[in-house]
Design a protein around this ligand. Structure first.
Ligand code: S6P
Ligand code: ZN
Length: 195
């Protein structure tokens, strides 16, 4: 891997980088147990393990001093009354931050820390969300027709802890109710899995 500077253009129509190293695709099956309406989840799974989101990443060494950057594309739709969303994670190195910049669409970032604080930040084209160290984060596409596309940048040694969110969920959910996105307490949230 060269240490020369990298310049990549984002496709003006899609926001997707014209060159990238990794293309990660996550489908319904990757989010098993994360949607509250399990009946609807399994009904949809029986039809198709549909693609929920994609990550286009530039590869750099996973060491302190480097940054990882790329673009995530969250597709639109509902699973029951929950919008399509990412798995969400803490960084394994908890004291690492991240920055998201919305390129297209609209969404919400669900954020929480081990101390129990939880906030939901809306995003639209041009919004930046700065995620301080210690805060888990999940992106939710709150549009039923458009993709939610954002650029991310975070320290390359951060790593990912998916297990904590997989076992206990986030404290808040973003649901589609009466034609709009509403934030509710997660009735399925469990203190189990917390540090
Ligand atoms: C990585 C950063 C994003 C997410 C991506 C998918 O720290 O937050 O690149 O990885 O948006 O989300 P997730 O929760 O499946 O990694
Ligand atoms: Zn992250």
């Amino acid at each position: 891997m060269s240490d020369l500077p990298i310049s990549v253009r984002l496709n003006p129509e899609t926001g997707i980088p014209e060159q990238y190293d990794n293309h990660i695709q996550r489908s319904l099956s990757d989010l098993k147990g994360q949607f509250q309406n399990e009946v609807e989840y399994y009904r949809m799974m029986a039809e198709e393990d549909r693609l929920l989101y994609e990550v286009y990443e530039l590869s750099r060494p996973h060491v302190s001093g480097e940054l990882l950057t790329g673009v995530s594309v969250i597709h639109s739709g509902l699973i029951g009354d929950e919008f399509v969303m990412t798995k969400g994670h803490f960084h394994e190195v908890l004291e690492t931050a991240e920055c998201y910049y919305c390129l297209q669409g609209q969404g919400a970032m669900v954020l929480e820390n081990p101390e129990g604080d939880c906030v939901v930040e809306p995003m639209q084209e041009g919004s930046i969300v700065y995620i301080p160290p210690r805060w888990a984060h999940r992106a939710v596409n709150t549009s039923l027709k458009d993709k939610f596309v954002f650029l991310f940048v975070y320290p390359a040694h951060s790593g990912h802890d998916y297990g904590t969110i997989e076992s206990r969920g986030f404290r808040k959910l973003v649901l589609y109710k009466d034609g709009e996105a509403v934030i509710v307490e997660n009735p399925g949230w469990s203190a189990q899995g917390s540090e």
